[in-house]
Design a protein around this ligand. Sequence first.
Ligand code: ADP
Ligand code: ADP
Length: 229
Amino acid sequence: ETVIEMRNVNKWYGNFHVLKDINLTVAKGERIVICGPSGSGKSTMIRCINHLEEHQNGDITVNGTRLDENLKNITHIRREVGMVFQQFNLFPHMTILDNLCFAPVWARNMPRAEAEETALRYLERVGIREQKDKYPGQLSGGQQQRVAIARALCMSPSIMLFDEPTSALDPEMIKEVLDVMIELAETGMTMLCVTHEMSFARSVADRVIFMDEGEIVEENAPAAFFDSP
Ligand code: ADP
Ligand code: ADP
């Protein structure tokens, strides 16, 4: 079952051709790691999937829905796709619990009690439940990123996109975030991760995609990447 399909996707920033004929098919439950040099278009590519960035030609279909010209179904697509950024993007003036309840209550009309119950379940899962009444600034970077993952999961996405989720973290906090991502992978979540963490790629990815200058230049099972001479 195909959940993401990119067909001949091209994008320009002004004159700069940032994505060149991207073709990518992702099956349900696949874990894909995207790597490649800085500036090669990795972030732009995954941001096109939930239309945080607009592409100029080609087709992107998510769970069978193709974005129509007037963007009418963009909400429908974003509902399917959770995203975690390098900078955690938490609301600094809200408690951890409020950060998690905000979108379910205001965008989904979920009753507050139900949103809290869901939030607490995910906070428990990422090991942050005790911090629920604190503000993001009172947490370490690793804890904030785990909150960001929990917040995305509260919207029950079928696909999770990670854009260098550990790059802003001190080394000792990287593992705690990767462990949460590994557990998520074990639940069967479809995941696309832009990351330089090759240990993660080796242990979790079904496929590693290597980008260079806006193109997918290599695509392989991790073993083929890491064990070749
Ligand atoms: P990566 O994630 O592989 O580091 P990005 O997708 O972030 O690459 O960026 C690809 C290229 O597009 C880079 O050269 C970057 O400078 C350029 N770029 C990114 N965003 C913009 C923008 N909003 N306007 C113009 N150029 C951009
Ligand atoms: P990055 O860390 O990749 O540079 P940005 O800081 O530019 O990302 O964040 C992009 C913006 O998109 C943020 O303002 C964020 O609130 C918003 N955003 C995050 N997730 C989604 C989503 N699933 N759908 C729409 N907008 C989102």
